[in-house]
Every structure is written in C-alpha cells, then in structure tokens.
Design a protein around this ligand. Structure first.
Ligand code: GLU
Length: 289
C-alpha cells in the first residue's frame, strides 16, 4: 500500500508561511515516496470556522502547486463517526461529564494555587481541577436533565491504567530533540475534553478517528502538536486503531521568534501573493529549496 499523507488545516483564519511549510512537506514526502496526498478540513469548531477561510485554503494550496485527492474530508460532515468512537470510550467507562464553566475552573485553579503550583499541561494550561469524576450518578443525571451545559472528559488515570506504557516512532523531532521511539506521556494532559454537550468530538478525538479512517500512515505536522501525540497514541490504542509514524517539523517563527498566529499580517500567504511572491519564493522563504 502506498504511504498516505494528510494536511489538516482548520478554516479559522487564512494560511500563513507555517501552514505552507507543513503542506509542502507533506506534498513533497508524498511525491518522494509515491504516496497519496490528502487534505482534511478540521472544521468542528463552528464558532470559529468560516466558509471563506475554507475556500482560501483550496486557493492558496493550489497556488503553491499542491494537489490532493478529492473528495476532501470535512470533519463537520462526519460527526456520527466521532460519536461512535466516543460511545466506545464511554462503554469502557473512560468518559465522564463535568459541568463547571471556564470561570469556575479558573477559580478552582486559583484556589488550589494558594497552597502551591497547580500542574499545567504541555501547552501551559492548568490541568482540570474539578471533582466531576466522583459526582454521584443521580447528581449527574439531575444536572444533565436540567439542561446544564457540560464537557465530556477523558478519565486519564483510568485510561492509562488500562493501557500501560505507549510509544510512537518519531521521524522528525520533538521540541527537546526527541526522536526515534518516543515514550508517550498522556498523563501530562490530565482529563482532557473529548466532546461537549453540543459537539460529539474534540480535536484529539476527531484527529485519531480520521487518521485511521483515511489510512494516514505518516503524520507530518508542526512540533506544536508533538506532545498531543501522547493523547493520540492512547486513544488509538483504546479504540483499536492503527499506529501511524509521526514526523513533527520545526515551526516557522516571526522575527521575534514567536510561532506564527492565525492573524497573518506580513507572513500570510494572501499578503505575500499580493506583494508579488511566487510559489518558488515561498519555498525558499520556508527553507525548502
Ligand atoms: N487542525 C490542526 C491545526 O490546524 C492540525 C491537526 C493535525 O495535523 O493533527 O493545527
């Protein structure tokens, strides 16, 4: 079977040089290896994704000279697939609802930090501090029945107990130079959100479901997602999905050394195009000669 590569942008802004680098790396790898190139639109966050960003993605990638197979998988059209995976995890007893608002979570973290530092996940966000995991079943049912909003969280401790030590094969490099067989540390993320009352999925859940459904064999993406791979390996194992290899690549930074944000400014592909850049020039700018 030929290797399968995918570029998976979220249409919540215009593409910048960082996206161009990631998309071109995937495309070049597919060409070098006689592999397939897929494009996936990660549009489950309906509040942030917009059709004009999605059409700009197609337009900018085509301008760069990238081609991909059609039809493109758009996550918003496949919620039933994610719901099925979520149901499997629930059946294993690994999912529970939590009802705190963001403000309540911030208050809980602040209260815990009065007695010392509260652990943070690899992205720097505090781990879930609440006690929803131990809410009695009747109280859960009452809150859900009352129409309260909730998030469905992953019982990380129980999931890790079930699965034990996991690794992945890293063909690129992590932020601290990790490569080769890397040990997964999903527990560093705490009880991440897998879904919400209104949306039966999250980034972590949909990415593993889709990578499996699309037969992605080598996941090429930015180093900002290196640590998330730990959660992905755990979900893949619990859901009995195949293990791709991973190639995390360096991030393209601005002059101040910061990762590029969605608000693109001078590093946006649209802006660079309007200013006369060529696709070959973009390749040079991101160091892909
Ligand atoms: N949709 C994610 C992003 O735009 C990328 C997901 C992935 O490659 O796993 O950052």
């Amino acid at each position: 079977m030929p290797p399968v590569f995918r570029f998976a942008p979220s249409p919540n802004g215009f593409l910048h040089l960082g996206h161009a680098y990631s998309a071109l790396l995937n495309f070049d790898r597919a060409r070098e290896t006689g592999g397939r190139m897929l494009l996936r639109i990660e549009d489950i966050d309906a509040t942030r994704c917009r059709p004009e960003y999605e059409s700009a993605i197609y337009d900018d990638l085509a301008w760069l000279g990238i081609t991909w197979e059609t039809p493109v998988r758009r996550q918003s059209a496949h919620l039933a697939d994610y719901r099925a995976a979520l149901d499997n995890l629930s059946a294993l007893g690994l999912v529970y609802p939590s009802f705190e608002s963001r403000a309540e979570i911030a208050r809980l973290v602040a209260a815990r930090e009065e007695t010392g530092p509260w652990p943070r996940d690899p992205d720097g966000a505090p781990l879930y501090p609440g006690a929803a995991k131990s809410l009695p079943a009747e109280e859960r049912a009452r809150l859900i029945g009352s129409g309260a909003p909730y998030a469905l969280r992953f019982d990380m401790a129980a999931a890790c107990r079930r699965v034990g030590g996991l690794t992945w094969r890293e063909l690129g490099e992590g932020p601290d130079g990790e490569r080769g067989r890397v040990a997964a540390r999903p527990e560093a993320w705490g009880d991440v959100i897998l879904a919400r009352k209104e949306t039966p999925t999250s980034y972590h859940l949909s990415v593993v479901v889709d990578d499996a459904l699309q037969d992605a064999s080598e996941v090429v993406r930015g180093q900002d997602l290196f640590h998330a791979t730990s959660v992905h390996r755990l979900l893949q194992t619990l859901l009995d999905l195949p293990e791709p290899t991973y190639r995390h690549h360096r991030l393209i930074c601005d002059e101040e050394g910061r990762k590029l944000a969605k608000s693109t400014g001078s590093t946006g592909l649209r802006e660079l195009r309007a200013a006369g850049a060529t696709p070959a020039g973009i390749r040079r700018l991101v160091g892909l000669d």
